[in-house]
Design a binder for this molecule. Structure first.
Ligand SMILES: [Zn+2]
Length: 343
């Protein structure tokens, strides 16, 4: 829930426990993110829950489909655990890709049943909605990239998945992006920018005990230093155990370096022997060490309220110190509530 990337819009989570996809219970190790758009005018992220939280096997719906999250101009709703195998691609990509649907605005219609020819779509009028939904999707995509050690190059559109033979024949989201002079390439560029900006915001504050991840795409521990194997970047987080040598900062290749002396298991947070290598501070992203990721756990029984229930968000505190907010969040989680910290 808190991997050091901010999402300006709240990430809401509840799982589609009645959907056969959820019930199938298969897991994936996410290798990429597939972007869709809904081709359904005016149905927003929260509304998809009741539309899709149904069982095909029980005859409640005529579609076998489920996706990890819907995004609109105001909200993000996560409906499957991120490492759950989704049914969004209609092909092999279901085994490897997290699926995100961007909700299209209302006020137009489709000429065709396959949903690729927009009619009466007023680009100027829809521009504000599009920009907000686009940014929410970019932020979520960047956050997921960080979470799973992916880069913008691992992000594809459904239409690209079709072209490379791992998804069904759909035009989304390109048919909509193109209306606003955007493409999957510009989407990837926006994700890269979000990742880079996040990195630029967090160069400081790394000290002994800080848990960090190595920025995906980093090739060397420091300029002119040894190459970093992939497993070091993707396999685990690391804990900084030393920032000085003989009382002085350690500078290598012109960069101030810190020592990664412990490995941290991404799921259990267990510590083990570290790689014991000095690395450029600028190549690191701070991972908030106390925030256990709620979405990686099975939802507790108290959380899985029946379909149709309303969900209310309650703010339980405002803090100037992040540690205090985290301490309260831990108490809440221990009591069976799902929580998040918003800054
Ligand atoms: Zn699609």
């Amino acid at each position: 829930m808190n991997l050091g990337l901010k999402i300006g819009t709240i990430l809401n989570s509840k799982y589609m426990t009645n959907n056969d996809c959820f019930r199938a219970g298969r897991k994936i190790s996410p290798k990429g993110i597939m972007i869709h758009s809904t081709a359904t005018p005016g149905v927003k992220a929260a509304a998809w829950f009741n539309l899709w939280n149904k069982s095909y096997q029980a005859g409640e719906t005529n579609r076998q489909v489920c996706v990890h999250a819907f995004v609109d101009d105001q909200e993000i709703w996560q409906y499957l655990p991120w490492d759950h195998r989704g049914w969004h691609a209609g092909g092999e990509a279901n085994n490897s890709h997290i699926g995100i649907e961007i909700c299209e605005p209302g006020g137009f219609r489709y000429a065709d049943a396959s949903g690729s020819t927009m009619v009466d779509y007023d680009v100027a009028k829809q521009e504000a909605y599009f920009r907000k939904a686009w940014q929410n999707a970019v932020d979520l995509t960047a956050w997921l990239c960080r979470k799973y050690g992916l880069s913008e190059e691992d992000v594809i559109g459904h239409v690209e998945g079709f072209k490379s033979g791992i998804a069904s024949n759909h035009a989304d989201p390109l048919h909509w992006f193109a209306q606003h002079k955007e493409s999957m390439d510009s989407y990837r560029a926006a994700v890269k920018k979000a990742l880079d900006e996040e990195q630029a915001e967090r160069p400081l504050g790394i000290t002994v005990g800080t848990v960090v991840a190595i920025k995906p795409g980093t090739r060397h521990y420091y300029p002119g230093g040894p190459a970093i194997p992939d497993w070091v970047i993707q396999g685990s987080y690391h804990k900084v155990t030393q920032i000085l040598s003989r009382g002085k900062p350690v500078v290598r290749g012109g960069k101030e370096c810190v020592l990664l002396g412990k490995k941290i298991n991404k799921k259990t947070e267990a510590e083990s022997a570290g790689i014991m290598t000095w690395i450029d501070k600028g190549a690191l992203i701070i991972i908030v060490p106390t925030a256990k990721e709620i979405e990686e756990r099975e939802p507790p029984a108290t959380k899985a309220a029946p379909e149709g229930n309303k969900y209310y968000r309650v703010q339980v505190g405002a803090f100037t110190k992040r540690e205090n907010a985290e301490a309260l969040l831990k108490q809440l989680e221990a009591a069976g509530f799902a929580g998040y910290i918003r800054s």
